[in-house]
Design a binder for this molecule. Structure first.
Ligand SMILES: [Zn+2]
Length: 337
């Protein structure tokens, strides 16, 4: 969608005076920029005020609070007729810069243009730039979805952040700091959950040391308080796994199940055998991956296929998936959050 450039209808004396100045020098982040001030004033009441307050044409105007890169991106956006879809991290940062600066300087048509381009790219759900963006861009996009009250896209970005923490594409230390609910003027629960996943990712990385009883606070980027949360999660998830392994999830038997007792027994011993005999190549505390792997192994298990009615087997496997879903939703409790 291309939003038309607003026509210049403002012809107040201050506006004419501002445009009359034409070129001015700006100092942005210690860098000088010679700018056609008429274009800025034409579109922004904030810039009109700034220019009028700095009336001496020979004195540069100092702009605070933005980087040269951001300011250059704003100037670029004033010259183009549409906002392209982000194709790489550079494009994405440029649109985010335009969105933030146009909001600060009340250039509404640019703000809407940048916002629409970003929301459309997120809503695609497959945009490779969005899917692979860094933590800082993710945080900036989250703030936009929150401001426009788009719950669906907010949840999508939170999911994306969660999964990319587990796949180690995004830094868990940065996530522990950025996802802290105190940083967000918003419902704390989604951020607590995300924080839980960030601690989980940290715990998986530290697991070799934790399981050998070695110190994890030496050379760690985490604070003492954060390490206490990691330790809490480690011990809590260890006993959680022991419970899963010792007590196979119950399930509803189908009406055709001729021997429910035997059916349950087959299910139980198979889970115990897999859980206890080191058949799952993930540490005990990595319950999410272990349950995923356990489900994969049981779904293909010929012993179960032979000895359980199809519907019972399906119900039992579903119960296992429910355990995983429950863990994903409550992981923050393990870390005492
Ligand atoms: Zn059965």
């Amino acid at each position: 969608m291309t939003i038309p450039h607003p026509s210049t209808t403002n012809s107040s004396p201050t506006h004419r005076k501002c445009i009359g100045l034409k070129y001015r020098t700006f100092v942005v982040d210690s860098t000088l920029r010679r700018v056609n001030v008429a274009v800025l004033c034409e579109n922004s009441a904030v810039f009109r005020r700034i220019v009028l307050e700095n009336a001496d044409p020979d004195t540069p105007i100092v702009l605070h609070g933005s980087t040269t890169r951001q300011f250059d991106h704003l100037l670029w956006s004033l010259e183009v007729n549409s906002m392209p879809q982000p194709r790489d991290e550079g494009d994405l940062e440029r649109i985010l810069d335009v969105e933030e600066l146009s909001r600060r300087y009340s250039i509404y048509y640019l703000q809407i243009r940048a916002e629409s381009a970003l929301l459309a790219a997120i809503a695609e759900g497959t945009n490779t730039t969005i899917m692979a963006c860094n933590t800082h861009s993710l945080v900036r996009m989250l703030r936009i979805t929150m401001r426009v009250h788009n719950e669906t896209l907010f949840s999508f970005l939170m999911q994306l952040w969660t999964w990319r923490l587990h796949s180690r594409e995004l830094d868990h230390v940065l996530a522990i700091r950025m996802a802290h609910p105190s940083r967000w003027d918003y419902d704390p629960l989604p951020f607590l959950k995300l924080l839980g996943h960030a601690f989980y990712a940290a715990m998986v990385v530290m697991e070799p040391k934790l399981s050998r009883g070695q110190h994890i606070d030496l050379d760690s980027q985490l604070t003492r308080a954060e390490i206490v949360h990691v330790r809490c999660g480690y011990h809590s998830l260890r006993s959680w796994w022991d419970q899963i392994a010792s007590k196979a999830p119950a399930y509803m038997h189908c009406p055709r199940c001729m021997n429910p007792e035997r059916c349950s027994y087959v299910w139980r011993i198979r889970i115990q055998w897999l859980a206890e005999n080191d058949k799952i190549p993930f540490p005990k505390v990595d319950g999410i991956r272990r349950l995923q792997e356990l489900h994969r192994l049981l779904a293909a298990d010929s012993f179960l296929i032979k000895n359980m009615p199809e519907t019972c087997r399906h119900s039992a496997l579903q119960e296992l998936l429910k355990r995983k879903e429950h863990l994903l939703k409550t992981v923050h409790h393990h870390f005492d959050l």
